[in-house]
Structure formats: structure tokens, C-alpha cells
Design a protein around this ligand. Structure first.
Ligand code: 619
Ligand code: MG
Length: 214
């Protein structure tokens, strides 16, 4: 049995990125995905929008749904202020294993908590497990039909406060129509669409930024 795409992506990082240099890890993955094998990382174009939102929010506590290989995990963590941390949820053990090594290569492991398991199980345990009261920033990039149920779960668990920012990937491609409907027609959210392109292509895609109003 051969290697998987995530394993080949990890090899590319280990070969081409400087240890302890998050930007070189990001560049190595983008290069691999443009020139070797496409993979479902948020990518460099949408990644710049992610960067600007994370920098603006400057979250103390951030959550990512869907780690995959850890590309956006590293993108977010590299911008966190001192003492801040990112919790990232991943239920596929093989992807989690690759992500842990990508994160280790970047040197950002002290700012990141990777929790293995389904978000539906992990979200209700976040407060007690990490001693947090609320989330300042959430990046949604897991199964698209789980964006709405998990957003509702975050609300029900009291993890969102006035001003918490949700940023959702792929609202156009593959699409998250129920999620767009939910946040755009809900008086408890102020939503804005950032038009961009599907990672490493010229297909339209974008990010939806939604501020919870409490
Ligand atoms: C069960 C729900 N809870 C979950 N809890 C924890 N981790 C979860 C969960 N769901 C999925 N995951 C993980 O998130 C990741 C899933 C991401 C799904 N993403 C996509 O399908 C996706 C797909 C595309 C895409 C776009 C165009 C194409 F032609 C083909 C693919 C682009 C993207 O940017 C995407 O994000 C995996 O690592 C998976 O194991
Ligand atoms: Mg995505």
C-alpha cells in the first residue's frame, strides 16, 4: 500500500520548509498543491483574507473545525498574540497524525491544541477541558453540512459572546447554502461575504465572516 496525499504533502514540508519557520511551511504546502497535487487547504488567496481577519480579531482563544493537514492551523497560529491559543478539531486519525507533524515542523505546537474526535463530541467539553469561557474566533472548514449544527452547538454551549467572529470557508464551492441562509437571516449575526477563489484554481469561492451579536 502506497502513501496518501496528506503523507506526500508532509514529506514536501519536511523536505522544503525550514524547521521553526511557519511561513516556509505555508509556502511549501502552497507550492506542493500548485505544482504537484491539489489538496483542500484554504490556500494562499483565501489564506490572505483569513490572515487579515485573524489579525483584526487578534484572538486570545481561537477554534478551528477541521484540521486536515494543518495548513490553516499554522496560518492562524502564526498570527496569534503572545499567550493566545488555537484549539483545532480533527476526527480522522491519519489526518491528525500528519497535522501534528506539520505543526511540529512549524514550531508553533505550544500555541496549538489538536483534539482528535468529532466536533459534536469535543465542542461540549471545551470549557472544562481548556478552562475557557468563550471563543473570540472560529474558523469553519470541516464537512460543509456540519457548519450549521456546529454553530448552533457553539451557541448552546455558551461558547460565543458578543463580538465572537465566525469565518467559514467554501461558502460557494463546494458550498454551504444552509449555513449562508442561517447566518445571513439571523438577527443574532452580522454577516459579510469575502469573494475569492477556490484554492489553487480560478473557480469562484469565498469566505463568510459572521459576528455574533449576543
Ligand atoms: C462530523 C463533523 N465533525 C467533524 N469533526 C472533526 N473533524 C471533521 C469533522 N468533519 C470533517 N472533519 C475533518 O475536516 C476535514 C474535512 C474538510 C471538508 N472540506 C471539504 O470538503 C472541502 C472541499 C473542497 C473542494 C472543492 C472543490 C472540489 F472539486 C473538491 C473539493 C475545498 C475545500 O476547501 C474544502 O474544505 C477533514 O480533515 C475531516 O477529517
Ligand atoms: Mg476548505
Amino acid at each position: 500500500t502506497g502513501s496518501s496525499r496528506p503523507q506526500r504533502l508532509l514529506k514536501a514540508v519536511q523536505r522544503n520548509a525550514a524547521k521553526g519557520d511557519p511561513q516556509s511551511v505555508i509556502s511549501a504546502i502552497d507550492y506542493f498543491c500548485r505544482h504537484s497535487e491539489w489538496a483542500m487547504n484554504v490556500g494562499d488567496e483565501k489564506g490572505s483574507i483569513l490572515d487579515s481577519v485573524v489579525s483584526e480579531v487578534s484572538p486570545t482563544t481561537a477554534l478551528e473545525l477541521g484540521t486536515y493537514c494543518g495548513y490553516s492551523t499554522v496560518r492562524i497560529a502564526r498570527l496569534l498574540p503572545p499567550g493566545a491559543s488555537l484549539i483545532t478539531l480533527e476526527f480522522n486519525p491519519d489526518y491528525a497524525a500528519v497535522a501534528r507533524q506539520v505543526i511540529a515542523h512549524s514550531g508553533l505546537q505550544d500555541k496549538i491544541h489538536l483534539v482528535e474526535g468529532p466536533s459534536g463530541d469535543s465542542i461540549p467539553k471545551l470549557k472544562e477541558r481548556f478552562g475557557i469561557t468563550s471563543l473570540d474566533f472560529v474558523f469553519l472548514d470541516h464537512w460543509k453540512d456540519r457548519y450549521v449544527p456546529d454553530t448552533k452547538l457553539l451557541e448552546e454551549c455558551g461558547l460565543l459572546r458578543k463580538g465572537s467572529v465566525l469565518l467559514a470557508d467554501n461558502v460557494i464551492c463546494p458550498g454551504a447554502p444552509e449555513y449562508l441562509d442561517y447566518v445571513r437571516n439571523n438577527p443574532r449575526y452580522e454577516s459579510r461575504y469575502f469573494q475569492s477563489h477556490l484554492e489553487y484554481t480560478n473557480v469562484e469561492d469565498g469566505l463568510e465572516k459572521s459576528v455574533f451579536l449576543g
